[in-house]
Design a protein around this ligand. Sequence first.
Ligand code: 3Y8
Ligand code: NAP
Length: 248
Amino acid sequence: MIRALILGGTADASLLAAEIARAGIDAVYSYGGRTRAPADQPLPTRIGGFGGVSGLADYIRREGITHVIDATHPFAAEMSRNAVEACAETGTPSIALERVPWTKAPGDNWIEIRDVNAAVAALPEAPANVFLAIGRQHVAPFAMKPQHTYTLRFVDPPEAALPFAADVIVSRGPFTLEDELEMMRTRGIAWIVARNSGGDGARAKIDAARRLGLPVIMISRPELPERRRVERVTDVMQWLGHSARLGA
Ligand code: 3Y8
Ligand code: NAP
């Protein structure tokens, strides 16, 4: 009998939850508790950390979880690493639903870098209008270049004071090309900083940058451990169905 744990928090995870609910598979959906009002799911939902690898392993045993699906974001590296370790420790079959990174298209002007500090270094010295589309958790290093006029985009309104003067757009996405073009034009955005999240939910800013001929400082994904991974919800359903047939 399958009892799946979905490590969620992304658009793909929501699509998977809908399929799993429709198939009548017993499952729990898990959010990390990063946003005030995460989207409702058609499955029993838990919110918050497990307490590291041991916390997740205990949860798996206590809840009788038989399959773990890591459908978190490509930058949720700590959660993904913990899931690999906890599933190895408990011998729990697991799979990652991981969308492919965006790749440069003709006309794209990307500066590809490894991390946020390199992104700050890649910005020019001369003051410019900069759009930081990397969320709330990693904006502090940009205080190193206060000469720029920053536009930030958060899911929730900022609770604490920002580390530098900036204008905050509060929006959870997904975003449309029209809205991104309008926002970049009216704000005279000259530089965009993004993470290579992949997927459709946030790629509109990349298409808008291409259309406007703007440079994108693109932060590459963190390294993740070797693991079984697929790119589509149907692949996860097949894996579950397969497991169910074999009675795994
Ligand atoms: C809490 C769940 C849906 C899901 C929407 C996707 C699409 C928009 C791309 C930009 C980039 C960013 C950010 C982003 C994307 C989708 C998807 C995706 C980027 C929600 C959600 C949770 C989070 C957490 C949040 C982070 C932040 C990152 C904003 C829900 C809406 C910038 C990542 O305030 C905070 O602490 C926010 C933290 C982690 C990155 C950061 O470091 O700030 N996502 N995003 C999940 C949880 O608690 O477990 O609230 O309903 C999910 C979505 N985020 O319904 O369509 O790819 O799935 N989310 C990045 O790419 O850099 C936005 O603005 O252009
Ligand atoms: P992270 O840095 O990899 O994880 C930090 C800790 O948060 C984890 O060790 C775990 O705590 C807890 N956690 C993260 N995701 C969780 C989940 N789905 N369920 C239960 N606990 C979770 O994670 P993050 O980058 O902050 O992302 C947090 C959430 O936002 C994830 O659901 C992710 O899918 C979503 N998200 C992230 C991004 C992004 O840019 N990072 C973008 C879109 C959506 P314990 O160690 O205590 O278990």
